[in-house]
Design a protein around this ligand. Structure first.
Ligand code: AMP
Length: 435
């Protein structure tokens, strides 16, 4: 299995990747990162939810390396305001241990602050096509230093008058540069744009294998919090006859490790295996072999194991956490229903996961039926921190859909404190009196 360490990135980026909680590269990252680092032009066909943003940002950040000069050396053109904000947030996250600077510009609001952010000196500019051309024409953007041009969600850039804008943007670009074009679909227009932009790009197409999704019986439970998930899982596992070979997928090493320990205490260490990124390669291989060949009913893991694992008789895949890389859902459930095509997949969905569930349903083109949580499952109250984290997550999802959305975590401007007129006058009077 490929690891981020296999790429020629640097410590600053490895640390940021670890902080972001990425354990292993996604399919598009595995292919695009080395190609981009190798200086190739890339045409990437990948949807949102594949990790495509980090796939181009990581090599870009590595190549730009550190802050230099005043003018942008990378231009990322995106179709919408919300995507520009999202890309800006991902740069912030991944470049946090570097000194690289960036600005995000888009239409629909005044240009003053955006111009100021460019003037402050930048390495990366994220821009919508129209606003880029406006600020280029007015002389606020200098393009001479641009070495990397990224077109993100190019298929959405195609509508409206983009083709005209696209050629005008190209005219502003220096000849010698690396081009990266990402699109969710490969249409004739994408092919044309790609042909106008690049001579011999490496084409990377990520299409999740959706067939398994058809042969697996899928369902989900709405469940409010972590402790309730543990209770539901132990309740389901009571049905030992049916749940006889189960893989439980967690989103982080910590959750996998804690859930694993809990279940080991319950069933004994010989019945529960735990595999995640903190275990050595040899331990992981041994555990996988044991799960495959011995009578061990439970494997608790992260997405690390979703791909390579080939165990023919897995009865159930339990998504203890709903995957946010949507193709991981397909990989995960593909671990069951392999030999006899009668696998089951169960997904635990919190309020913060409903957004992701809808995206997964869109990806697989199916509605996943909901099951009722059995009555005897104890549902503890959601703790304050967990609840806040979920509310924050829901806010950020709503903001993705509507950048004007002001949620519970919107920072309100403090009202300027003014003394009521009367009081001020009274004070003045007092002073006069004192004089
Ligand atoms: P994107 O397809 O770029 O919109 O990314 C979708 C989501 O996946 C974002 O929330 C990213 O933070 C997350 N992500 C990107 N790469 C990885 C990775 N290697 N492992 C886990 N999550 C990732």
């Amino acid at each position: 299995m490929v690891s981020f360490r296999d790429f020629k990135l640097n410590r600053q980026l490895f640390d940021a990747i670890a902080d972001a909680g990425y354990e292993h590269p996604t399919a598009i990252q595995e292919k695009a990162i080395p190609a981009i680092l190798g200086g190739q032009d890339v045409l990437g066909i990948a949807q949102t939810g594949t990790g495509k943003t980090a796939a181009y940002l990581l090599p870009l950040l590595r190549s730009l390396n550190y802050a230099q000069g005043a003018d942008a050396r990378a231009l990322i053109i995106v179709p919408t305001r919300e995507l520009s904000i999202q890309v800006g947030n991902t740069i912030k996250e991944l470049a946090k241990y570097t000194d690289l600077r960036y600005a995000v510009i888009f239409g629909g609001q005044g240009a003053k602050d955006q111009i100021a952010s460019i003037k402050a000196g930048i390495d990366i500019l994220v821009a919508s096509p129209g606003r880029y051309l406006d600020l280029y024409t007015s002389g606020h953007i200098k393009s001479k230093k641009i070495k990397f041009l990224v077109l993100d969600e190019a298929e959405r850039l195609m509508d409206k008058s983009f083709i005209g804008q696209f050629h005008r943007i190209l005219e502003t670009m220096p000849q010698k540069r690396q081009n990266l074009l990402f699109s969710a679909t490969m249409s004739d227009l994408v092919k044309k744009i790609s042909g106008d932009l690049m001579d011999f790009p490496i084409t990377i197409e990520i299409r999740p294998d959706l067939k398994t999704a058809e042969t697996v019986t899928q369902a989900y439970y709405k469940i409010p919090n972590l402790r309730a998930k543990i209770n539901l899982l132990t309740e389901l596992l009571k049905d030992e006859k049916n749940f006889n070979k189960v893989i439980v997928f967690c989103k982080t090493k910590v959750i996998a490790s804690n859930t694993g320990k809990y279940l080991q205490r319950l069933y004994g260490e010989d019945k529960v295996l735990v595999i995640h990124g903190n275990k050595s390669q040899q331990t992981r291989i041994n555990s996988m072999q044991r799960f495959k060949l011995e009578n061990v009913p439970l494997l608790i893991t992260t997405d690390l194991a979703a791909r390579g694992l080939d165990v023919p008789d897995v009865s159930h895949v339990v998504n203890f956490d709903t995957p946010i890389i949507y193709e991981d859902y397909v990989h995960r459930i593909g671990r069951t229903g392999r030999a006899f095509k009668t696998g089951n997949s169960i997904t635990f969905v919190t309020a913060a996961d409903e957004f992701h569930l809808a995206q997964i349903e869109k990806l697989i083109g199916q509605k996943i039926p909901m099951l009722k949580v059995p009555r005897n499952v104890e549902i503890p109250e959601t703790g304050y921190d967990e609840n806040q984290a979920m509310l924050r997550e829901i806010d950020s999802q709503k903001r993705k859909l509507d950048p004007d959305f002001k949620g519970a975590f919107h920072v309100k401007k403090e009202p300027v404190k003014k003394f009521p007129k009367k009081k001020v006058e009274a004070k003045k009077k007092k002073r006069t009196y004192r004089k």
